[in-house]
Ligand binder design. Structure first.
Ligand code: NAD
Ligand code: UDP
Ligand code: UDP
Length: 315
């Protein structure tokens, strides 16, 4: 099959491309390199089944494909808040263009949506039926509301134009290839510990997240794409940790003496987050396999190879 991956040079997209290429598909990677990088897909650059197109999805594009994994959109708060109007355009105009493309070529279209559609949730753990608690005018809204309208457009193209859609709601995902300056909590804490500087904990660190290792997530995306279930479906790990617990896991792995530095909690930061993955288990026969302890080790080793560190030993 010929498969288009938008945002394919990014963190999740490049791991997905590794799987698709290994499975023998023809892959077109489309990316504007805002947060993605060529080094993530370097190993496929001369492969006859691989094609890289530098393109911004807010502009229309014509090409032929059988399937579209639509991942293009900055995912980390510091990056999506750097140019929030652009984030809105990417989610709205960009998703519209990719759905227009899917309609024209009759491709199956998978949207990488997010747990952020639930906002600061009043229902815990989050089930797909929950409609969310999102601020429409806050600093996270460009992303949260952007993804909500992206879901709406996908379902409207499905109902109105018969586009074959899949919608995944991805929860916090981590792993090798996250950017050093990504700004999300796992990469921040690991990079800080490796550099021997204090680990930044926002607020009092009692807020929770549930961290999914990237290989598990990619498996979930592929099962959703290959199956009959449209979604929306939560994809994430159910093990929930406070940020303080995560910080102490990082300390244990890298440097038990590492200090914590408390900083203000950002506006609209969700208090608790954990997916209910009953739908994914039922319809995709999927659940995560990699526990945080194991996934963190793999992530730390990847960062060690990239960051000059006073603490060199492998974990
Ligand atoms: P990422 O920032 O590493 O990847 C996004 C990619 O999209 C980058 O390569 C970037 O250059 C590209 N991109 C951004 N805007 C673009 C545009 N206008 N045109 C073309 N390319 C563009 O992020 P990621 O963590 O790999 O996330 C991938 C997708 O998964 C995103 O849609 C994100 O919203 C979603 N998601 C991720 C997480 C997570 O925890 N990583 C959680 C929920 C949802
Ligand atoms: N589009 C695209 N590539 C295609 C087909 C459509 O980029 O192969 C864009 C198109 O330019 C439009 C959007 O997708 O902005 C929505 O397309 P659709 O056909 O649904 O709407 P229309 O073009 O009729 O407004
Ligand atoms: N966070 C933190 N220290 C950091 C980065 C983030 O304590 O250096 C907190 C952040 O306030 C949030 C949680 O960790 O409560 C997860 O943040 P991230 O940006 O990784 O993801 P999101 O908030 O989008 O789930």
């Amino acid at each position: 099959m010929r498969i288009l991956v938008t945002g394919g040079a990014g963190f999740i997209g490049s791991h997905l491309i590794d799987r698709l290429m290994t499975d023998g598909h023809e892959v077109i990677c489309l990316d504007n390199f805002y947060t993605g990088h060529k080094r993530n897909i370097l190993k496929w650059m001369n492969h006859p089944y691989f094609e890289l197109i530098r393109h911004d999805i807010t502009e229309p594009i014509r090409l032929e494909c059988d399937r579209i994994y639509h991942l293009a959109c900055p995912a980390s708060p510091i990056h999506y808040q750097f140019n929030p109007v652009k984030t809105v355009k990417t989610n709205v105009v960009g998703t519209l263009n990719m759905l227009g493309l899917a309609k024209r070529v009759k491709a199956r279209f998978l949207l990488a949506s997010t747990s952020e559609v639930y906002g600061d949730p009043e229902v815990h753990p989050q089930v797909e039926e929950y409609r969310g608690n999102v601020n429409t005018i806050g600093i996270r809204s460009c992303y949260d509301e952007g993804k909500r309208i992206a879901e709406t457009i996908a379902f409207d193209y499905h109902r109105q134009n018969d586009v074959d859609i899949r919608v995944a709601r991805i929860f916090n995902t981590y792993g090798p290839r996250m950017l050093e300056n990504d700004g999300r909590v796992v990469s921040n804490l690991v990079v800080q510990a490796l550099k021997g500087i204090p680990l930044t904990v926002y607020g009092d660190g009692s807020q929770t997240r549930s961290f999914c290792y990237v290989s598990d997530l990619v498996e979930g995306l592929m099962r959703l794409m290959d199956g009959d279930y449209i979604g929306p479906v939560n994809l994430g790990n159910q093990d929930e940790y406070t940020i303080l617990e995560l910080a102490s896991a990082v300390q244990n792995l890298i440097d038990p003496q590492a200090k914590l530095k408390f900083e203000p909690l950002p506006q609209d930061d969700p208090r608790r987050r954990r997916p209910d993955i009953t739908r994914a288990k039922t319809f995709l026969n999927w659940e995560p396999k990699v526990p945080l302890s194991e996934g963190l080790k793999l992530t730390v080793n990847d960062f060690r190879a990239r960051i000059p560190s006073p603490l060199k030993a492998e974990v």
